[in-house]
Design a protein around this ligand. Structure first.
Ligand code: E4P
Length: 218
């Protein structure tokens, strides 16, 4: 499973890139707004740090304007993925861009029917939002399972399932068990993945016993 980080904060991205475990980055208009910086600067800086796919979302809602924005965004770097919303105009833009060899991430997916449309439009990634479905009392994980199952029925579908709106490590593990290709994870949740109290306890015991030997390896 590929790990993307869901943030526009360059310092967090640098720190995660250093671990060697980061495969890509997703941003959205809210994350860009939170960064307080200009989208073109942020995306360019991220692409200098990360070689994998970096999603930059269009702000337009109309087809022609989306294509104009995509033209600007894709010039930033080869690894820029154009992110479009799951609307009729967004899917039309997805179709045009993917025919032109551009990677496209279709975002704001909340149903299996929408995911099927995105695949037919040639999306590189489909982003089903788990947490936001949970928030309204629906089961976000069921959507991941449905999309993985449907896509598996059609070997000609190359669209990757990118589990999004992940709020905790359980979302990630469940998505991995279901076979989602990618997860985009907030930095705080990535940090949680490392933690287990038995690891801390075990390490403390090893260190105590080692100190008692008086040895050093180097
Ligand atoms: C995905 O690409 C989105 O940026 C993101 O996962 C949304 O997550 P949220 O529902 O926590 O805002």
């Amino acid at each position: 499973m590929k790990f993307f980080v869901d943030t526009a904060e360059i310092n967090e991205i640098r720190e995660l890139a250093e671990t060697g475990l980061l495969d890509g980055v997703t941003t959205n208009p809210s994350l860009i707004a939170k960064s307080g910086r200009k989208i073109l600067d942020v995306i360019a800086e991220i692409c200098e740090v990360v070689d994998g796919p970096v999603s930059a979302e269009v702000a337009a809602t109309e087809y022609k304007q989306m294509l104009k924005e995509a033209k600007v965004l894709r010039k930033i770097a080869k690894n820029v993925v154009i992110k479009v919303p799951l609307t009729p105009d967004g899917l039309r833009a997805c179709h045009t861009l993917s025919q032109d060899g551009v990677m496209v991430n279709v975002t704001l997916c909340f149903s299996a029917a929408q995911a099927l449309l995105a695949a037919k439009a040639g999306a590189t990634f489909i982003s089903p939002f788990i947490g936001r479905l949970d928030d309204i009392g629906q089961n976000g994980m069921d959507l991941i399972a449905d999309i993985v199952q449907i896509y598996a029925n059609y070997p000609n579908i190359k669209t990757e399932v990118l589990a999004a709106s992940i709020r905790n490590p359980i979302h990630l593990i469940e998505a991995a068990k279901m076979g989602a290709d990618v997860a985009t994870i907030p930095p705080g949740v990535i940090k949680q993945l490392y933690n287990h109290p038995l690891t801390d306890k075990g390490l403390a015991a090893f260190m105590k016993d080692w100190a008692a030997t008086g040895q050093s390896i180097v």
